[in-house]
Design a protein around this ligand. Structure first.
Ligand SMILES: C[S@@+](CC[C@H](N)C(=O)[O-])C[C@H]1O[C@@H](n2cnc3c(N)ncnc32)[C@H](O)[C@@H]1O
Length: 199
């Protein structure tokens, strides 16, 4: 159930799943785990790796895993960047980063998860044409996310009409943060990127 990094150089995520799976998807900062649990139930042939350092969130997801009898979820209880750095290249089929902490103060921007370095590491572990789903309700973080992805040569934004970023795809259930944002009248933006094919 839990992924522990050892001193070995790379972690083989396929080896973490005892049953046959078709692909591995990653959720970074799953919070209470409602989205991850829903995805795992909906896609039983996918192995899910969830990263979250927040203990309450881990406990909530563990309880969902038990009550929903999920066998295809593995947890990493720390900073996702440490795990990504140890994954082999070209292995993750989809990644979710839903409502990452916005760190709105200018002096805290360096703490934001989305950065050139993280996008570079993510591009490395994602398979060709893998999807990255990301959402935010913070206008300043939205600009930041768009700027970082748009200038990254390995990601392509999938939107063609405004509805593509104003509403989420059918298999993207609302998270706790999305519900909080809606209740407070804040607009949420849903971005889907695709990792370009390697040459
Ligand atoms: C604003 S909350 C959003 C939670 C959830 N995705 C949602 O939409 O309800 C951001 C979450 O990301 C987690 N987080 C922040 N930095 C992280 C990191 N480097 N690796 C993994 N999780 C991280 C936090 O602990 C927190 O639970």
């Amino acid at each position: 159930m839990e992924i522990n990094l050892t001193r070995e150089n790379t972690l083989d995520p396929w080896a973490c799943f005892s049953r046959d799976i078709d692909d591995i998807w990653l959720e970074i900062g799953f919070g209470g785990g409602e989205h991850l649990a829903w995805q795992a139930k909906t896609y039983p042939r996918i192995g899910f790796v969830g990263c979250e350092p927040f203990l309450n969130g881990i406990v909530k997801l563990l309880s969902r895993i038990r009550s929903m009898e999920l066998e295809n979820v593995r947890l990493y209880r720390d900073d996702a960047r440490l795990l990504i750095a140890r994954l082999p290249a070209n292995i993750i089929g989809r990644a979710f980063i839903l409502f990452p902490d916005p760190w709105p103060k200018l002096r805290h921007h360096k703490r934001r998860l989305i950065s050139e370095g993280v996008l570079g590491s993510l591009a490395e572990v994602l398979r060709d044409e893998a999807e990255v789903r990301i959402a935010t309700d913070d206008p300043s973080y939205l600009e930041w996310i768009l700027w970082h992805f748009q200038r990254h040569p390995e990601f392509e934004w999938q939107a063609s009409v405004p509805n593509d970023w104003r509403s989420s795809p059918h298999d993207w259930p609302p998270t706790r943060y999305e519900k909080k944002a809606n209740a407070a009248g804040r607009k949420c933006t849903f971005l889907t990127y695709r990792r370009c094919r390697r040459l």
